[in-house]
Write a protein that binds this ligand. Structure first.
Ligand SMILES: [Zn+2]
Length: 385
């Protein structure tokens, strides 16, 4: 679906890096771009011309006077193209339109049950996206669509492979289905990968090595290595859901094994466990609400989940030595879960691995997935140029 070059930072100084410098306000002229990227003025000019030809950059008249010279100013057009981003969860989807610099224009959340199956769910989401674009002022055109799904995605094909709690989705060609219904580039990835990409680009662009954990209905992780999203050979890198934990070796997981992290510490597992204890919960957000209200059974359960997540992350941190572990998803709002996750992670890690490690909550929050999906499709548009 995309080349590996779309997976992350790539060389500083690529066309998308230049676009990003303008989009973030760090540069507004070719001279700025040459200075910041270290590229020669002629290379900058060449890439800028290409971006202008694609409507991704435009000249904005005369710039500030600098010693008598008037550099032509550059800006990212905010009134032409948009990309669509879909972040599908188990019970809801977040859909956004973003300008070509990756800034959100509109964003909305819809209730949708992923268990209804791929065709009805994706058709609904694409219809919602079409509505969102129709509501934008002044004839903006759709340039591409990024889609995140809450299950393993074979990256080169854009198909879902053996997901938990996604009946009917196994082997489904999400990329093919969406591409057939629209005539723009479509990219598909796992939701945790997109969260990692969005959070990294917008909140931690300086980090070279980081792990982003999504703790929602399921548990996943995305890995940033050497400044780029690391997908591994097939796209399953970072999938920690079926790592075995010691908390409850008897609980049967959807994968057929017992004691998986997913079966013990995911939002879905917590909902099941609390229901068994007689609490009225349907979705992971109900668990978070109970914990925030100080309900003791829910609080104890999320502490246990945090310990289990920390146990798995300790292996990840020892193995991978990231600069940061960032946690997002609805369960990240449970303070007791975060506290016990930290405690078990520190307890089991090498001092060298945790010496400068930061562990924090996602700062792009619920928008991490759509920001990442947009980033991926913008990269794709730029790479196709
Ligand atoms: Zn499992």
């Amino acid at each position: 679906v995309t080349t590996d070059d779309t997976a992350g930072g790539a060389a500083r100084g690529s066309a998308r890096d230049l676009l990003r410098l303008v989009a973030t306000g760090m540069a507004d002229s070719r001279a700025d771009l040459a200075r910041l990227s270290g590229l020669s003025p002629s290379t900058v000019s060449q890439r800028v011309e290409m971006l202008i030809a694609q409507d991704l950059l435009r000249e904005a008249g005369a710039g500030r006077s600098r010693g008598g010279r008037r550099p032509r100013q550059l800006e990212v057009p905010t009134d032409t193209g948009v990309v669509g981003a879909v972040d599908l969860g188990a019970h809801h989807a977040r859909i956004a339109t973003l300008d070509l610099s990756g800034q959100i224009v509109t964003v909305r959340e819809f209730a949708v049950e992923v268990s209804e199956g791929p065709e009805p769910v994706l058709s609904k989401l694409l219809a919602h996206l079409t509505d969102l674009i129709g509501e934008l002022p002044g004839g903006r055109t759709l340039r591409g669509i990024g889609v995140g799904v809450p299950g393993p995605v074979q990256h080169d094909l854009g198909t879902v492979v053996s997901p938990s709690r996604m009946p009917g989705w196994n082997g489904f060609d999400v990329h093919g289905f969406c591409a057939e219904q629209s005539d723009v580039p479509v990219v598909v990835d796992n939701d945790a990968n997109l969260m990692a990409l969005g959070e990294h680009r917008w909140a931690h662009a300086d980090l070279e090595h980081a792990v982003y954990v999504k703790a929602g209905t399921g548990i996943g992780a995305g890995v940033i290595s050497a400044g780029r999203l690391h997908r591994g050979a097939q796209g399953s890198a970072g999938d920690i859901s079926h790592c075995r934990v010691s908390a409850d070796p008897t609980t049967l997981c959807s994968c057929g094994n017992t004691g998986c992290l997913e079966a013990v510490a995911s939002g879905a597992a917590l909902v099941d466990a609390l229901r068994t204890r007689g609490l009225s919960v349907t979705h992971p957000k109900d668990v978070t609400r109970l914990v925030q209200d100080g309900e003791p059974v829910a609080t104890a359960a999320t502490r246990g989940a945090g310990r289990a997540i920390g146990e798995v992350l300790a292996v990840v941190v020892n193995f991978f030595n990231p600069q940061a572990v960032v946690i997002g998803g609805i369960l990240a709002d449970c303070e007791p879960l975060l506290a016990s996750m930290r405690a078990s992670l520190y307890e089991r890690c090498l001092p060298l691995a945790t010496q400068t490690l930061t562990i924090e909550r996602s700062s792009t929050g619920v928008n991490a997935g759509v920001l990442g999906a947009a980033q991926l499709v913008i990269d794709r548009i730029l790479d196709a140029s």
